[in-house]
Write a protein that binds this ligand. Structure first.
Ligand code: GTP
Ligand code: SPV
Ligand code: MN
Length: 589
């Protein structure tokens, strides 16, 4: 049995727990991660020697590597993700539930002896700026060097986390084992009452990098409810106008629906003098500030972004961010050791090695890169990184945006009448499923606030928590809904999206600052004729009309179908939201 010894900490709570977990998993050795450059180099060399990381062309991709996951382990697994609260009702109808005793017993069986012949890495990390009272500390025990290296990019990892923890017992206990990557023996279990996460049988993204979806969203949302804040699946960006005033917005779009792209956007030529800065691309922790405004912090320190579709036109800042120090997962690679994916700039190469490591030829019907292939890159590489990313108090939010991937019904942009109506719009949000989770793609489902897979407690209580926030927010952000993904009858996107989303963002900022009047519709406020700046936009005016249109018959069907969604929550469903629905429906019927 491995002994647990380190000179990095004397925290007896921590050392005792590691000892206990090492006894269960019986690794050959226990290695404490300090987060140093030397350690990163050692772990990388080890991963390369084992074929876990494949060096890329170091001239084109300095200090960057490719990882190929097991082909059965390429995305989050929502059907194998559990919220293990003592009462089933506390997890609610939209989460999978297991009783804590049963979950611990089942997973103990799997973890028992699971790290024999392997190393247990102790990965201490902080979510949120170092030293901030709002940050949370986690310790992930993992048998995966790939996870340890990714956590090193995605979080503030190593000695600073242990220093911040000191002798405290207040840390998230995360246990992760890749095991034999058998989907039959794969479980991602959350224990909010113990501040613990046990994840077995997957090495991929949100299943395995426990600081991200597991701690920062599922456990985080449960903590947030208890402590009076919000943990959200939101990007955070700053937008500076030509006079030098910066406003901040937070936007919730479901997985693979445009957060990273929006957060790194470059405004079109028409908006000379306007600048966008990234604070975060996936997760926001939102708190009420002393000034009565809502303040946002990005708990992460890197980006785990979707590769396909990323190119110099759609997202030049992401392309620059991933130029060095990046781990690519499940992308294709050229003969020359350069990465490739569908939608990258330039000609499609004649020959590639695909994401499974197989030869691939141009014209193949198979994708060369997996649709959920990703890059892990440090935030510090981002040329438009906000100077406030490490600010412990975060940035003040002027507008909250909810947006799904809807080929019909939802217009390009709409403002809610007030906070409750905004919460209603978020709670009824729907979106087509994407490759970010296993299962069918393109199926419309409700994904409230983009949090369906990430709420760590009953979704009805979560809605109530959102409604309650208003009482504590004398200066609430304005709430908006957007849809970049509406299609015409030929199935083509009506709106060009990407940088041109700046046109919508500008209207949102103007509205949040009360600078422009608006047009009322039955369902919300929309831009008055001429207020959406379309100059220099190279698309037919009819396409814009269609993208921004509100079709009453579509909305009637939408509102009616929301009843079933609300009904499943029974008594716990806030009446306010059902009343919002009825009020809107009464206007059309
Ligand atoms: P997660 O990391 O899974 O949470 O995804 P995300 O929300 O950050 O999505 P991301 O920005 O990576 O975009 C996902 C996909 O949507 C990519 O293939 C993009 O090219 C595409 N996309 C992003 N923005 C737009 C847009 O404005 N219009 C259109 N049509 N597609 C977009
Ligand atoms: C998402 O699916 O929303 C992601 C990727 O951001 S993962 O880290 O796998 O959750
Ligand atoms: Mn995400």
């Amino acid at each position: 049995m491995a002994t647990v010894s380190t000179n990095l900490t004397t925290n007896t709570h921590l050392l005792g727990w590691i000892e206990e977990m090492a006894k269960l998993c019986t690794p050959d050795q226990v290695v404490f991660c300090d987060g140093s450059e030397g350690e990163k180099k050692r772990l990388t060399e080890f991963a390369v020697s084992k074929g876990i990381l494949i060096p890329l062309n170091h001239e084109k991709h300095p200090n960057s590597y490719l990882h190929r996951s097991n082909p059965n382990d390429v995305a989050r697994v929502e059907h194998l993700t559990f919220i293990c609260t003592p009462k089933k009702d506390d997890a609610g109808p939209t989460n999978n539930w297991m009783a804590p005793d049963e979950a611990y017993a089942k997973l103990k069986g799997l973890f028992e002896g699971s790290m024999k012949g392997r190393t247990m890495y102790v990965v201490p990390y902080v979510m949120g700026p170092l030293g901030s009272e709002h940050s949370k500390i986690g310790i992930e025990l993992t048998d995966s060097v790939y996870v340890a290296l990714n956590m090193g990019i995605m979080t503030r990892m190593g000695k600073p986390a242990l220093d911040m923890l000191g002798q405290s017992n207040d840390f998230n206990r995360g246990l992760h084992c890749t095991g034999d990557v058998n989907p039959e023996r794969r479980y991602i279990c959350h224990f909010p009452q113990d501040n613990a996460i046990w994840s077995f049988g997957s090495g991929y993204g949100g299943n395995a990098l426990l600081g991200k979806k597991c701690l920062a969203l599922r456990i985080g949302s449960a903590l947030g409810r208890k402590e009076g804040w919000l943990a959200e699946h939101m990007l955070i960006l700053g937008v500076e106008d030509p006079e030098g005033n910066t406003s901040y917005v937070a936007a919730a779009f479901p997985s693979a629906c445009g957060k990273t792209n929006f957060a790194m956007m470059i405004p079109p030529k028409r908006f000379a003098g306007w600048k966008v800065f990234t604070v975060g691309d996936d997760i926001a922790w939102l708190r009420v500030g002393e000034d009565g405004r809502l303040w946002a912090v990005n708990p992460e320190n890197g980006y785990f972004g979707v590769a396909p579709g990323t190119n110099m036109k759609s997202n030049p800042n992401a392309m620059k961010t991933i130029q060095k120090d990046t781990i690519f997962t499940n992308v294709a690679v050229t003969k020359n050791g350069e990465v490739w994916w569908e939608g990258l700039d330039g000609e499609v190469p004649d020959e590639l090695t695909d994401w499974k490591g197989q030869p691939w030829k141009k014209g193949s019907t198979e994708k060369a890169a997996h649709p959920n292939s990703r890059f892990t890159a440090p935030a510090s590489n981002n040329p438009i990184l906000s100077k406030h990313v490490n600010d412990p108090k975060g940035v003040p939010i002027s507008a909250i945006i909810f947006g799904g991937r809807r080929s019909s019904t939802v217009p390009l942009v709409m403002q809610s009448f007030n906070w409750a109506h905004g919460v209603y719009l978020g709670s009824t949000m729907a979106s087509e499923t994407t490759a970010a989770a296993t299962g069918a793609t393109g199926v419309v489902r409700r994904d409230p606030m983009a949090m369906l897979p990430f709420a760590g407690y009953n979704m009805a209580d979560y809605f109530q928590h959102w409604l309650n926030m208003q009482k504590h927010l004398p200066q609430p952000p304005k709430i908006f809904m957007v849809n970049w993904f509406r299609k015409n009858k030929d199935g083509k996107f009506l709106w060009p999206g990407y940088g041109d989303n700046m046109r919508v963002l500008k209207w949102i900022i103007d509205r949040a600052q009360g600078k422009v009047a608006t047009q009322e519709t039955l369902f919300g406020w929309v831009p008055k004729q001429g207020h959406l700046d379309l100059s220099g936009l190279d698309i037919a005016p009819e396409a814009v009309d269609e993208a921004t249109s509100i079709v009453e018959s579509e909305w009637k069907a939408e509102l009616e179908s929301q009843k079933q969604w609300f009904d499943q929550f029974g008594e716990r469903m806030p009446k306010t939201l059902e009343l919002q629905r009825q009020m809107l429906l009464s206007r059309v019927s």
